[in-house]
Structures are given as structure tokens and as C-alpha cells.
Write a protein that binds this ligand. Structure first.
Ligand SMILES: Nc1ncnc2c1ncn2[C@@H]1O[C@H](COP(=O)(O)OP(=O)(O)OP(=O)(O)O)[C@@H](O)[C@H]1O
Ligand SMILES: [Mg+2]
Length: 300
């Protein structure tokens, strides 16, 4: 099946600054895809190029099989990074307006909009002006305006920012439901927990370049495994164990030994016990996507 989005050697130059540098990746249809990277990595610039809102300096982009995003815009839903809807419109009016731009008849959009707003807990606010809504509420309305035309490709730029934990969770559910319905969902974030729970594949961008592309598990394996150790053994004793790259101690005296890539924690522990080191507790800690993010972006 053709990719929902494909970038090939895409770059964006602003003066002598290269915001995006030779970026290539593909997003398979019907998947949830995480577009990750620290602030200023080039995520928004890439998204805007994919949507045809910014012209790339070099490279080729294909969206839903078209090299011209404007030809498929009715099949795309986009939540931009900068939020804001017409302040005097009500949520229902906003949904009808934006869905109308994508060719949805207003009676259909109205019915769908009310159902979606109610499902997102905005039932009491549907006829209040946008300016009377809280920031998080307004953001949920904006998200619904991006989805009411039932797009095949949904692109969300930092959709979780500004939402409380409960709303973050309901957004995760919404994203899963979109994918179940067959839509492709691409979202950017620097909060790895969301990507870890939602994405099959991620691309990690750092300083405009692709630092990683693959599954969440593959990304995790880029970060060192850790052993949490407690007891009277000294840092120097722990550092001398096979497979230990470094040892850090927190205020409570708990030591964390980072293992060298590929080292087996079992060998480290066996050596510790063979040497009779005083250890009262040990625990294996698999790296998280957050750990991988720090390693892969060089701590950026
Ligand atoms: N119109 C522009 N003119 C000049 N530089 C720009 C322009 N737009 C973006 N940049 C620069 O390109 C780089 C990437 O910006 P971009 O907004 O794509 O990052 P981002 O990954 O979305 O970051 P964030 O996580 O903070 O949203 C930044 O250094 C930014 O200053
Ligand atoms: Mg951005």
C-alpha cells in the first residue's frame, strides 16, 4: 500500500540556517506515527512542508499519494501548533465552518460536531463563545474542528500540550479510535510517554536531522540498561564490575549503574555476588523512550 506520507531528502533553509536537513521517512497508512524531537528540532517546519504550507528548499514530498497537498486537503485534518479559533464563534459554529471548508454540508457537520463535542465533555459549552472557554477546552474544540470531516490523514502538532492528565488520556483514546477507523495519525511531541503508549513507529529529529527511525522498542534499545543497587558496596567496587559503564548515587544513597551496550545485567550481578559485595537490593531497569530520547538527541 502507498505511504500516507513520504518525505525524500527534504530540506528547508532559512537564510544560512538549515531548519530541516535531508529528511526522509515514510508513514504507512492506518498507523499511529510519532514525530519526536526537542524544541527547535524542525518538527513543525517538516509538518508545514508536508501540508504544503511551507515550500521545501529541496526534496520530494508525497501526501496520500499526491505530490500536491492542496489536491488532497479535504482528506487531511490538521491541528496546528499555534492555537486559536475565531473568538466570537461558538464551538458548533466553528466545527460547521471548518468542516464546510472541507466540503461537509452544514447540517451534517452540525450533527457530527455536537456529538463529538459532547463525547469530549464539552456538552455544556457548545453554544458559548470560544472566548468564554478555558484554554484546554478551546484546544479540544480546535481538535474537533480538524476531525469533523472524517479525514484519512490526521496531523497533530503537539496535541497534548496544554491538556490536563485526564484530557491527555482521552486524547490518547481518541487517537487510537481514529486509527481503528482506518485513519493515519501523525503527531509531534516531546513527551515520550505518549509516543511510547501510542506509536508503532517513531522518527526522532534532532537539529533538523533524522536521529532515529524505527519502532519504540528499537529506540529503547539505544539507551543503556540500568541496574538499581542498594547496600554498603562502594561506587568504586560497583564501577569495577563487568558491564558497568558508570555509577550515579542519589540523595537517598541508591546507586544506579548504567551498563555498557549489550552487557547482560546477570553477568554484572553474578560478579558482584562472587566478590561478596554487600548488596541488599538490586533491580533491573529497562530503558524508557525518554532515556532513548536523551541518548539519541545527545542530551539536546
Ligand atoms: N520562518 C522561519 N524563519 C527562520 N527560522 C525559522 C522559521 N521557522 C522555523 N525556523 C527555525 O527552524 C528551527 C526549527 O523550528 P521548528 O518550529 O520546526 O521546531 P520544532 O521541532 O517544531 O520545535 P518545538 O518543539 O519548539 O515546537 C528553529 O531553529 C526555528 O527557529
Ligand atoms: Mg513545533
Amino acid at each position: 500500500m502507498a505511504a500516507a506520507l513520504s518525505l525524500e531528502g527534504v530540506s528547508k533553509q532559512y537564510g544560512d540556517f538549515r531548519a530541516v536537513d535531508d529528511l526522509s521517512f515514510q508513514v504507512a497508512p492506518g498507523r499511529i506515527f510519532g514525530f519526536l524531537g526537542p524544541n527547535g528540532a524542525g518538527k513543525t517546519t517538516s509538518i508545514r512542508m508536508a501540508l504544503g504550507l511551507v515550500q521545501p528548499t529541496a526534496g520530494r514530498i508525497s501526501v496520500l499519494g499526491s505530490s500536491d497537498a492542496s489536491k488532497v486537503r479535504d482528506r487531511i485534518g490538521f491541528l496546528p501548533e499555534e492555537r486559536g479559533l475565531y473568538r466570537r464563534m461558538t464551538p458548533v459554529e466553528a466545527v460547521v465552518f471548518f468542516a464546510g471548508l472541507k466540503g461537509v454540508p452544514s447540517a451534517v457537520a452540525r450533527k457530527r460536531g455536537i456529538a463529538m463535542l459532547e463525547a469530549q465533555g464539552l456538552g455544556a459549552a457548545i453554544h458559548r463563545p470560544m472566548k468564554a472557554l478555558s484554554k484546554g477546552m478551546a484546544q479540544k474544540v480546535q481538535l474537533i474542528t480538524a476531525l469533523a470531516h472524517e479525514p484519512d490523514l490526521v496531523i497533530l502538532d503537539e496535541p497534548f500540550s496544554g491538556l490536563d492528565p485526564v484530557n491527555q488520556q482521552s486524547l490518547e483514546t481518541l487517537i487510537r479510535d481514529l486509527a481503528k477507523r482506518g485513519a493515519t495519525v501523525i503527531f509531534s511531541t516531546h513527551v515520550m510517554a505518549h509516543a511510547e503508549r501510542l506509536c508503532e513507529r517513531v522518527v526522532l529529529l534532532a537539529k533538523g536531522r533524522k536521529a532515529f527511525e524505527g519502532s519504540v522498542d528499537e529506540a529503547r534499545s539505544a539507551a543503556p540498561r540500568r541496574l538499581i543497587l542498594e547496600g554498603a558496596a562502594t561506587d568504586d567496587q560497583l564501577r569495577a564490575l563487568p558491564g558497568v559503564a558508570e555509577v550515579a548515587t542519589d540523595e537517598a544513597g541508591v546507586r544506579t549503574a548504567s551498563l555498557t551496550p549489550g552487557a547482560a545485567a546477570y553477568d554484572t550481578l553474578r560478579a558482584a555476588f562472587a566478590q561478596g559485595l554487600d548488596l541488599t537490593r538490586f533491580e533491573m531497569r529497562e530503558p524508557s523512550l525518554h532515556d532513548a530520547f536523551i541518548v539519541l538527541t545527545g542530551g539536546a
